[in-house]
Design a protein around this ligand. Structure first.
Ligand code: HAM
Length: 417
């Protein structure tokens, strides 16, 4: 039996890889002064449907149902509405700006394909209560930091910056009212993903063509972005960002600056995406909480694919996972008569912080060494006739030593450095 389409089982090696991503996200977020939050996996449908702030696309992908208490509910498809709800409820309790991150699983009823599943994990980071360019730079620098953490360089990824206000001005000048402009933004979001003829057909009612949109993108002047680009320059991160007005983002709540992270090979969907959503909190709270905000989400699926396909990043991951084997020490029981002593030794090693394993049942010594190798152990400690002395074998070199079992902890401490 397999999991449902678009859902994944996590076997030990999958969990190890997932742990590697999550540890990296958490470490970099903390280094940037962000603190972790979380919310529920199930939300009231109202959060998504009442004001439809996220837009039609994601609304159409919701896993929604009526619970046993007759409530209309949905599995969260993204963090931003939940985060906005949480901030609105307790905004006064926290010093501004809020620098919050979260790591959570999300559900979207999408067609399964490369980089697109129905359950995925996202790292989200959001900075609320500061509308400045400094805040924009701080948040995007975190996105860059997260990707660099996995061994990627400027040759591997780029952050594309854009601004919806530039589009809104252009579309207003072309006679689009706000509703029409939003509809056109949704079309621009598909510019590289749909055939030109079908896009032209969708643009026709708005009096626009793909060629005109492309001309506007090509004519973009980066001057508008100069103050922001200067902040990256100061941080030594300028080479990771470029201006590209073809980025508009699929979600409706963005109000200004938007950005996406792409692999340089352009072989994948966006690794991450985000932007300013300065009106979302005010809209969801009917004006009672008005906080500017910027944030992004970065998914585990596309990141995992890019790590696999980038030798430098893959080797870095393999090194990290190899450094955390299932067992560091395997206690070999060479004579069943010493099993009780071996159990005591296993316990003391575990209490001292060593990842330690041993055979639950009588087994040939050769077999036990095989298991030690398979688990990736560094040392085999053999408990047998020499008790109270034990033999220590360094598995990579097969070098052997012998110490009193009471002196083993000390021996390991020095061997480990
Ligand atoms: P999003 O662009 O929908 O933004 O998702 C961000 C990232 O999550 C994508 O670039 C992609 O890597 C990953 N992702 C999205 N959907 C899937 C899927 N079906 N399967 C695998 N990965 C996926 C948001 O979700 C915004 N809420 C981000 C944000 C936070 N904006 C402000 N704060």
């Amino acid at each position: 039996m397999r999991p449902l389409p678009g859902f994944r089982d996590f076997y030990p090696e999958d969990c190890a890889r997932r742990g590697y991503l999550l540890d990296g996200w958490r470490a970099v977020a903390c280094r940037h002064g962000f603190v972790e939050v979380d919310g529920p996996v199930l939300e009231s449908m109202d959060l998504y449907a009442k004001k439809n702030e996220s837009g039609a696309e994601i609304l159409g992908q919701l896993y929604q149902f009526t619970d046993r208490g007759e409530r209309e509910v949905a599995l969260r498809p993204e963090m931003t509405p939940t985060l906005a709800r949480m901030v609105i409820a307790k905004e006064r309790d926290y010093r501004k700006p809020l620098k919050w991150f979260s790591i959570a699983n999300f559900f979207r009823y999408e067609r399964q394909q490369k980089g697109r599943l129905r359950e995925f994990i996202q790292f989200n980071a959001d900075l609320l209560g500061d509308a400045s360019t400094a805040a924009d730079a701080e948040l995007i620098s975190l996105a860059i930091g997260v990707l660099r953490e996995f061994g990627f360089t400027r040759d591997d990824f780029v952050i594309r910056l854009s601004d919806r206000r530039a589009w809104m001005d252009f579309l207003a000048a072309r006679g689009c009212d706000e509703g029409a402009a939003r509809a056109v933004l949704a079309i621009i979001d598909k510019l590289d993903r749909e055939p030109e003829a079908s896009l032209d057909a969708k643009l026709a009612p708005h009096g626009l063509t793909v060629a005109e949109l492309r001309a506007f993108i090509a004519a973009a002047s980066p001057e508008h972005f100069a103050p922001l680009l200067d902040q990256f320059e100061a941080r030594g991160l300028r080479e990771f960002v470029e201006v590209d007005l073809s980025i508009v983002r699929g979600l409706a709540y963005y109000t200004g600056l938007v950005f996406e992270a792409f692999d340089r090979g352009q072989s994948m969907r966006a690794l991450a995406g985000g932007g300013r959503y300065d009106n979302l909190l005010a809209d969801l709270s009917d004006g009672s909480v008005n906080l500017p905000a910027i944030g992004f989400g970065l998914g585990d699926v596309v990141l995992g694919n890019l790590i696999e396909e980038t030798p430098r990043a893959r080797e870095k991951m393999e090194r990290a996972l190899g450094a955390a084997p299932a067992a560091e020490i395997y206690v070999v029981i060479a004579g069943e008569a010493r099993r009780r002593e071996a159990l005591g030794l296993v316990q003391s090693l575990r209490d001292a912080g060593w990842r330690t394993d041993f055979p639950l049942d009588a087994a040939k010594v050769g077999r036990q060494f095989q298991t030690a190798d398979q688990l990736g152990a560094r040392f085999a400690v053999v408990v047998g006739n020499e008790w109270p002395a034990v033999k220590i074998k360094t598995l990579a070199t097969r070098a052997e030593d012998s110490v009193a079992h009471g002196a083993l902890a000390e021996w390991l401490k020095t061997a480990h450095v």
